[in-house]
Design a protein around this ligand. Structure first.
Ligand code: 26Q
Length: 777
């Protein structure tokens, strides 16, 4: 179907006039965003309603996730509707450049990979006509905004993403539900976000819950002139969805976090029970025939006891309720790292959700009767991952190597009892946002060559392979150069740093964590810097090293790494002796929108976690699809990237999982430090005053060489993999000098990227886990 762009434009103008009393030309970015959003919402409303109605009586899938990192929606929505270019043109004819909407804030209701995956899945399901709805939380403040102070330290500020409004959701107060806690009851008010498919009329729904008080004001307190008390109930309710927890990969047992998780679980399941009743009546024994619910990690795992509680409230007995729950839920694990696994102290849990604890204990008793070796509760602590495995139909990891580790390691005892439950679903990314939208130049080139709209069916990308010739490589290189120029402008404007687009762009963008080894990258840069200075590295191809990462605000070591990189960047960027060879930029506030600028401009994609630590990675896939080669370890989805593109087209280094497991016990980091002079010199900059450092860098230094009470020295094997990393990094650097052969590698990465479309992933979930079919309506 074709949307009438002129109508959308006229509605936009009308909204601007009535709401803000401004013309199209006078409107600010925020005003234009509001008005255009509302106009698009009007335009799609029939299709949205029809999509909903068509599925009323069908089996559907539901994704419950505490995070959705959806980014900026205005361009992707217009893009998926197929009207972005036309709308740009219509606005341009009236003297308005739609690029001003770049000033509109991202919706960052997620931390990183897990939240962005949820957003990619929704895009893919809608585009593949799969009936998948999302449930989540509408945090008032998303992930904090990041800036660096004069010291190079991370500073956080609040992300008030909806302060100018939120045109992409409708408040559906009529579907409000109540969620009970021992000391108060809160309202969960749904906000529905349309998920617009690409190349289809289908529109799915993301329903985000916002907490509000039952009574806006306590009038008794108000009449007593006690204003503060009058507001407490309101604040107490609104506090629950006030802010997204900024931890990524470390777990924190916070009361408010339990409340968030319970609201998400309870509200979503109450909503499902309501729609079930409407479509199928009050016999809930068939619930699992119509509702397949995917738990995005254990954050929504309280959904399991909550469904059981709600079913029992409707008169079903415990055993049958548990059976319904087990057939309804499936669970995706996103990490093997112990410190990230959710374990709730039962007393704490009981003080917030007492009935949930009673049900968890009953489930645990039944489990221990059946399988005395397994447990959910141990040492007065509820292990949410174990609960999620026990009461699930399927459990999956997010890349082959990760799913294997789940079976061999993390859930070994469970795999022995329930082998048929374990699956793999390798992650993917939506090619619409991560190719079509962020790299229209490359998309156009591919479309022209293979003659189809491959973004609907990424498998067609492989048609490129036999067509790759010098001509295509030259064209690709020219596009890459163009994307670098564009990124240079963005970085100059945002960071005040000038980069040369003739340099290699070597990119590491992801959350800051020790296991992701940004420090390894930094040490190699310091080493390269010294070698350029002392003349022992003469053939180095000029390189700009680009970092983007947020650290959890309470993660001291990660913050120390940011500060260290900012300081070496300052030293290197201010040294005229290397000005034509080296630049280092740590961009501030890396987010979805920044990623959309950086990723298409990258030549080298740093994916350097020690094997066995990164569950999958998804940035690696985005970079591959935009034609960067991977400088990486045999970890996460890198393994599959290498298999698809060929080892000869990537730069792989370091120990494998098996080698690390064999080396672990006898590993002695200081032994490597003592014999590798260059590495030692680089590591010493953490403490020797080459760059300004403080106690935090001294602590980093000690963590590498001495360890701490909780980890042995160099827990993430930076020193062990260093030599191999450096050698491989320099080989990639030398290879780049041959632009044709390097560009060919890049193109082969693109042509081999089909597997990493989240369309492929979501279809596998649909077929192998949810057992749902695409519906045309
Ligand atoms: C838990 C408890 C309390 C507060 C916060 C959290 C929390 C929040 C977010 C713990 C973990 C996360 C996020 C994890 C995450 O993003 N994992 C990544 O998931 C990606 C998608 O599967 C993978 O590609 C990455 O490898 C994995 O690190």
């Amino acid at each position: 179907m074709k949307y009438n762009c002129l109508n959308i434009l006229r509605w936009t103008e009308a909204q601007l006039k009535y709401t803000y009393d401004v013309s199209l030309q006078e409107a600010t970015a925020q005003e234009l965003h509001e008005a255009l959003g509302q106009a698009v919402m009007m335009a799609i409303s029939d299709h949205w309603n029809d999509s909903k109605r068509a599925r009323m009586h069908e089996r559907k899938a539901y994704y419950i996730s505490a995070e959705y990192l959806i980014g900026r929606l205005v361009y992707s929505n217009l893009y998926n509707l197929g009207i972005l270019d036309e709308m740009k043109k219509l606005f341009a004819e009236r003297g308005v450049d739609l690029a001003i909407l770049e000033d509109v804030e991202d919706a960052a209701l997620g931390n990183g990979g897990l939240g962005r995956l949820a957003a990619c899945f929704l895009d893919s399901a809608a585009s593949c006509n799969l009936p998948l709805s999302g449930y989540g939380l509408r945090y008032r403040f998303g992930l904090f905004k990041q800036s660096f102070d004069a010291n190079g330290s991370q500073c956080e500020s609040a992300d008030d993403w909806s302060k100018y409004g939120d045109p992409w959701s409708y408040r559906r107060y009529n579907h409000t539900v109540k969620v009970k806690f021992p000391d108060h009851t809160v309202l969960a008010v749904p906000y529905d976000v349309p998920i617009i498919g690409y190349g289809t009329d289908n529109i799915n729904t993301l329903r985000l819950w916002q907490c509000e008080a039952e009574e806006e004001l306590d009038f008794n307190a108000f009449n007593d002139q006690d204003y503060l008390r009058a507001l407490t109930q309101k604040n107490k309710a609104e506090d629950i969805t006030r802010v997204l927890y900024p931890n990524d990969s470390t777990w924190e047992g916070k009361r408010l976090r339990i409340k968030q998780q319970y609201v998400l679980s309870s509200a979503s399941l109450q909503d499902m029970m309501r729609t079930y009743k409407k479509a199928h009546g009050e016999d809930y024994s068939h619930f699992a025939d119509f509702y397949a619910v995917q738990l995005n990690d254990t954050h929504p795992a309280m959904s399991i006891p909550e469904l059981i509680r709600l079913l029992m409230q409707e008169g079903m007995d415990f055993e049958q309720s548990l059976s319904v729950a087990q057939r309804t839920f499936s669970y995706t694990n996103h990490t093997v790292m112990g410190e990230a696994l959710e374990k709730w102290d039962l007393d704490l849990l009981r003080s917030v959700v007492p009935e949930i604890v009673d049900i968890i204990l009953r489930i645990d008793e039944k489990l221990k009767r059946e399988h005395p070796g397994l447990f959910i509760v141990r040492d007065n602590t509820a292990h949410m991952a174990n609960l999620s495995v026990y009461v699930s139909t399927y459990v999956n990891g997010v890349a082959e190597i990760h799913s294997q580790i789940l079976k061999d390691d993390l859930f070994k005892d469970w795999y022995a009892v329930y082998p048929e439950r374990f699956q793999n679903k390798t992650n993917g990314v939506t090619p619409r946002r991560w190719l079509g939208l962020c790299n229209p130049e490359l998309t156009q080139m591919i479309k022209y060559r293979i003659g189809t709209d491959f973004l609907k069916d990424l498998d067609r990308l492989s048609k490129l392979k036999p067509m790759i010739d010098d001509d295509m490589v030259r064209q690709f290189n020219a596009i890459k150069r163009q994307k670098k120029e564009q990124l240079c402008k963005v970085i100059a404007q945002k960071e005040g740093i000038t980069l040369n687009p003739d340099f290699i762009f070597d990119v590491q963008v992801k959350r800051l964590h020790e296991y992701k080894r940004q420090l390894l990258n930094a040490l190699s840069i310091v080493d390269i810097y010294f070698r350029i200075k002392d003349g022992s590295l003469t053939d180095f191809y000029p390189t700009a090293f680009i970092f983007g990462a947020k650290s959890a605000p309470g993660y001291g070591r990660a913050k120390a790494i940011i500060r260290y990189i900012n300081r070496i960047a300052k030293m290197i960027n201010n040294d005229p002796a290397v000005a034509d060879k080296l630049k280092v930029v740590f961009v501030q506030n890396y987010n979805c929108s920044y990623a959309e600028h950086i990723i298409p401009a990258a030549d080298i994609s740093e994916q350097i976690s020690p094997a066995g630590t990164e569950a999958s990675g998804t940035g690696n896939m985005k970079l591959m699809l935009n034609g960067a080669v991977t400088l990486g370890t045999m970890d996460g989805a890198n393994v599959e990237i290498v298999r698809e593109a060929g080892l000869e087209n990537e730069y792989i280094f370091g120990h494998t999982v098996e080698q690390l497991n064999a080396a672990r016990d006898s590993y002695y980091a200081r032994g490597i430090y003592d014999i590798n002079d260059r590495l030692r010199k680089a590591i010493n900059t953490l403490v020797d005053g080459t760059v300004p450092t403080d106690d935090a860098q001294r602590e980093l230094y000690a963590s590498l060489l001495d360890g701490a009470s909780w980890h042995k020295a160099d827990h993430y094997f930076l020193l062990l993999d260093y030599a191999s990393y450096m050698e491989t990094k320099l080989r990639a650097n030398r290879d780049y000098a041959d632009h044709l052969s390097f560009g060919r590698k890049c193109l082969l990465n693109i042509a081999s990227g089909a597997k990493f479309s989240s369309d492929r992933t979501i279809r596998q979930y649909a077929r192998e886990i949810w057992h749902i079919e695409p519906t045309q309506y």
